[in-house]
Design a protein around this ligand. Structure first.
Ligand code: SF4
Ligand code: SF4
Length: 272
């Protein structure tokens, strides 16, 4: 199983995964979106809300603000007792207090003050509400660890894959009419020295417009894909880096299979 990293930017990781199949790729995708834990705001205590929005509306917006989530620092809410034993915590408190004086005031995510500097809004410019002049807001928001399978607010980002596109050109049939070049919506094909060339096959969407429009019979161009190679992409919301997301997903995978192994070995002992 070879892996070739195609892109590794702050919030995007793209890699080519050789000798795999759709079951494995889809399993990794599903673990990423549903089993990797991140922090998100779960409870909000309002002391004052002078905004035109209801408490529930503001709480909903707060819940959807992605928070940086240091790995291994917090325990999930159902393991608070365990967290205490290990002198760790299972929630982070963020406070917000502001007042609009003579002018209306936008309340943004940058105004959320966290008790842990490692846990803060990924984007400081998310607008929460607008206070009219003379009004105030004061609240306390509690963030906890959770998984995407319980609420989308906990998803660390999105993950998707496609099979490796392959574009074959039969140069004996090709008349270099360039219809396929102008038909391709992704600019994958180019005319060079009166010859069609494939510029960036990874970006091909397999729409088949090039072969549909090719006038030769049989078709001089065909777009297909490799069933054992996928291009896998992770776009992080910023809670953690895409590499940390993959690492965490694989740890979850291992833990799940380890549990199966222990149960199976236990059953084998009982049978003996
Ligand atoms: S299949 Fe679609 S995207 Fe791919 S090369 Fe042909 S026209 Fe372009
Ligand atoms: S449309 Fe067909 S014949 Fe025309 S350049 Fe493309 S591959 Fe060649």
């Amino acid at each position: 199983m070879d892996v070739e990293v195609l892109k590794n930017e702050q919030n995007v990781l793209k890699f080519r995964w050789h000798n795999t199949n759709s079951s494995l790729a889809n399993a990794l995708r599903r673990v990423i979106i549903s089993e990797v834990s991140t922090l998100a705001i779960e409870d909000v205590i309002f002391f004052e809300n002078g905004s035109p929005m209801s408490d529930e509306q503001i709480a909903h917006i707060l819940a959807m603000i992605p928070l940086t989530s240091p790995r291994g620092k917090y325990f999930p809410p159902d393991k608070c007792e365990e967290a205490e034993k290990e002198r760790k915590k299972c929630r982070v408190v963020l406070t917000l207090e502001a007042r609009a004086e003579k002018e209306p005031l936008w309340i943004t995510s940058s105004m959320l003050i966290s008790e842990d500097e490692e846990v803060k809004p990924v984007n400081p410019n998310i607008r929460i509400t607008k206070l009219p002049p003379g009004r105030s807001i004061k609240l306390e928001a509690h963030a906890v660890l959770g998984k995407g399978k319980t609420h989308a607010k906990f998803q660390p980002g999105i993950a998707y894959y496609k099979f490796q596109p392959v574009i074959k050109i039969d140069y004996k049939q090709c008349t270099a009419c360039s219809i396929c070049v102008t038909s391709c919506p992704r600019g994958i094909l180019k005319m060079e020295n009166n010859k069609i060339v494939v510029v960036n096959p990874d970006e091909c969407s397999l729409c088949a417009l090039c072969s549909d429009k090719c006038p030769t019979r049989p078709k001089a161009i065909e777009a297909s894909y490799l069933k054992d190679t996928v291009i896998f992409t992770i776009e992080s919301n910023g809670n953690m880096s895409p590499i940390e997301i993959v690492d965490e997903a694989i740890s979850v995978f291992k833990e799940k299979f380890n549990n199966v192994k222990l149960k199976v070995l236990g059953a084998e002992k009982v049978a003996k």
